[in-house]
Design a binder for this molecule. Structure first.
Ligand code: BGC
Length: 727
């Protein structure tokens, strides 16, 4: 195995990129995600551990957010009496520093989901140690987190003190979500914290044990109100070594009847680091066996796609966890952990095609929140189920209606997406139908999927506005969020049309193959003849703006009346064009934030129109696109590759695959761009390799970038693994 192509390295320490690396070095296991902050802390750092589904709406805040949990990685370390900190040079050239870092390397091993760091550290006494840190969040038992700290005396006979800490004094960047937080000793060797969130009342338990492998082993325990310590002091001989192990278990009140006891039980089971590591590696191996994409001829893209795939894999809730993946996964505070269309259309497809059990779990998250979607429809005067644009644990709409006020003038921007970005209901239906097509999981469809697809179709039937022109959808926001309150957005209307006709096909299928379910759903959702006729009428007559003369789709009515701005002129640019043109001018222009008509072409392919129309659409919207959203480049690369526009496809691919590693959007500190990560996988598989189903079998029709020799990947189709090499 080529380690370089399977890992991300930081060498030497780059303090100016502290927050970038905290995000990049996130580890996780589909239950928790922990940013790559240092065990011992660092000035201005932003450590965070998020647990899937643990949301809380603190008083005075705009919306609920994923709660930052106590940092299970936290350790205080002293060498002799010098506190171990990453000080790389003395602040005062005439005095020796308080300990000095002589060497540093950190590496994320994506093949096995392990983060390692090695530091050479000299204490003020002159004694020097090598400290090797290792951490992982077990994929074998997702409640378990393991750390190993191996200390070797390099020079002298240092005394090493390690203090394993559970510190309950945590906030979300100043916002307090914890109501009670209590440190306690749970058993002779176990330190514990129990916390309850102040609004949603989730109870979290975190329990830890410190183990020491050394003949002089000793551990002292200490507690104050919300912090627990286990401390061990080991004098090392010349060339001596010691190994410290910290095991931690996190449970929330959804684990069994007694989450605290089950946490303790799991902790007792974990007492052999190598055994736990091997079990964890074993699951990783299975993850990669089907998900890995191998690119020959482009090492940068190879590392890039492994990195983005790794991020999806560590964020995908494992079976039984009732949660979905937020826009920034579990790697940062961005978007407060909320779930968007990013999941079903961007992050889920790689899972649908390689680990359908993980995709199914994401769909179950939506199924369990159908009531929230029904409530939203009702509150807005519609029928059926209208999914929230931003979703959390409750399934209710949680999009904040304002941006955070911008100091110093306190200005803030009204956000309308929660009210009128309605295409999410078709996006979810698309995810379900794609899952069904690739897995053949009829049982899921009968028991759960059909109800979602049909009840969201009911919503579309009630949302379409009958006018003398047919059916219209006015006052919406399409994927391109720079344009608000638009009429007849092509993406929204065309996807609703597609959704309604798929719903009718699905009903036919149910009637023939699962008649009981057909009868049940027709009754439950009131799928009367009258309603189905309405759907047929909407399919026939919905307004899809199209310019006959130019043979292209018009993103929404009046789009071409807006000011034309040649976006390319303002390149290269890291931020969005808003920063340059200002909010108002950008909104009043033809500049788009992200793939909109192009997104439709990615999803529906040739169904959108002839090759001529597709090319016209692509060229028109590509030159107007700001890519102000990270979701955009991969979709452009995908469609360009299908259309054989290889220069554009390649350029967009380079942008998409390194979006986080190269911090192309300048905001990695807020978390990983989950949708861009899933989009990158799809761009390669559907775009460059041209994977599709033909005559009931998956096949490819590749169009690769010129310098790619080959791409190898696997997918599952109806339970069977198919391996492809595209050249
Ligand atoms: C994009 C949306 C996306 C959201 C979360 C926004 O900037 O415009 O399409 O769902 O970010 O990633």
């Amino acid at each position: 195995m080529n380690k370089r192509l399977w890992s991300i390295k930081e060498y030497p320490f780059q303090p100016e990129k502290l927050h970038y690396h905290e995000t990049i070095f996130t580890i996780g296991n589909g239950y928790i995600g922990t940013r790559g902050s240092f065990e011992e802390g660092y000035d201005g750092d932003s450590p965070a551990t998020f647990v899937h589904g643990l949301f809380n709406h603190a008083e005075g805040e705009l919306a609920p957010e994923l709660v930052n949990c106590p940092d299970w990685t936290h350790l205080n370390i002293w060498v002799d009496d010098t506190p171990f900190k990453l000080i790389t040079k003395s602040p005062d050239p005439f005095h020796p520093p308080e300990g000095l870092v002589l060497g540093y390397e950190r590496r994320l091993h994506m093949d096995i989901g392990v983060l390692r760091r090695t530091v050479l550290f000299r204490a003020t006494t002159g004694n020097t140690v090598r400290i090797e840190f290792e951490r992982f969040a077990s994929l074998d038992n997702v409640h378990l987190m393991c750390q190993r700290i191996h200390v070797t005396a390099i020079d002298g006979t240092p005394k090493v003190t390690i203090q394993a800490v559970l510190d309950g004094n945590v906030t979300n960047q100043g916002v307090q979500h914890w109501g009670e937080m209590r440190a306690h000793q749970l058993s002779e060797k176990t330190i514990a914290l129990t916390g309850v969130t102040n609004q949603a009342k989730y109870q979290l338990n975190i329990v830890s044990q410190l183990h020491v492998h050394h003949e002089n082993k000793n551990i002292a325990y200490d507690f104050n109100e919300d912090t627990a310590f286990a401390t061990s002091v080991i004098p090392l001989e010349k060339d001596g070594e010691v190994e410290f192990l910290k095991y931690s278990v996190i449970t929330v009140d959804d684990v069994g009847d007694s989450p605290l006891e089950s946490a303790l039980h799991m902790l007792h089971e974990a007492n052999n680091f190598d055994y736990e590591l091997n079990s964890h590696k074993f699951v990783w191996q299975k993850y990669w066996e089907t998900t890995d994409i191998q690119i020959e001829g482009d090492e940068l893209a190879q590392v890039g796609i492994r990195f983005t795939t790794y991020q999806i894999l560590i964020a995908a809730p494992v079976n039984g966890i009732d949660a979905s993946i937020g826009a920034k996964t579990l790697s940062g505070y961005g978007y407060a952990g909320h779930v968007f269309w990013d999941t079903e259309l961007f992050m889920m497809p790689p899972l649908t095609l390689t680990h359908p059990d993980l995709a199914r779990n994401l769909l179950m998250y939506r199924y369990r929140r159908l009531d929230g979607a029904r409530q939203k429809a009702q509150e807005n005067g519609y029928e059926g189920a209208m999914f929230p644009w931003e979703s959390t644990d409750t399934g209710l709409e949680t999009t904040p209606i304002w941006t955070e006020p911008k100091p110093p003038d306190g200005r803030r921007i009204r956000i309308y997406t929660g009210e009128i970005e309605i295409h999410i209901s078709s996006d979810i239906a698309y995810g379900i139908l794609q899952y069904w097509r690739w897995t053949g999981d009829d049982k899921f469809m009968r028991d759960y999927g059909a109800e979602i697809v049909l009840d969201t179709a009911v919503f579309w039937g009630s949302r379409a506005e009958p006018t003398e022109r047919g059916y219209e959808m006015t006052d919406v926001i399409g994927p391109d969020e720079y344009h608000e309150h638009v009429n007849n957005n092509v993406f929204t209307n065309r996807m609703a049309q597609w959704h309604l006709s798929e719903a009718l096909n699905l009903l036919d299928w149910l009637k023939d193959n699962a008649n009981d379910d057909y009868i049940r759903l027709v009754e439950q959702l009131d799928l009367s003849d009258e309603r189905l006729n309405l759907w047929r009428d909407v399919i026939d007559k919905i307004v899809i703006p199209f310019d006959e003369e130019k043979q292209l789709h018009v993103q929404f009515e009046g789009f071409f009346d807006l000011e034309y701005i040649p976006v390319m002129k303002y390149s290269p640019r890291v931020g969005g064009i808003w920063d340059y043109l200002g909010h108002e001018r950008a909104l009043a222009s033809q500049v788009l934030k992200q793939a909109d008509v192009v997104m439709l072409m990615a999803l529906l392919g040739e169904e959108v129109g002839s090759r001529e129309v597709m090319l016209n659409n692509f060229h028109t919207y590509y030159e107007r696109c700001d890519h102000g959203s990270s979701l955009s480049p991969a979709m452009h690369a995908w469609v360009a590759a299908r259309l054989g526009l290889m220069d554009i496809a390649t350029e967009m691919m380079e942008h998409a695959v390194l979006i986080d590693l190269e911090d192309n959007k300048g905001n990695v500190h807020q978390g990983i761009h989950g949708a861009a990560s899933g989009g990158a996988w799809q761009m390669i598989v559907f775009g460059f390799c041209g994977l599709h189903i033909k005559d009931g079998q998956p096949v490819i029709s590749p169009n690769l970038p010129e310098y790619w020799k080959s791409v190898t990947f696997s997918v599952r189709y109806h339970g069977k693994i198919h391996r492809f090499t595209a050249r």
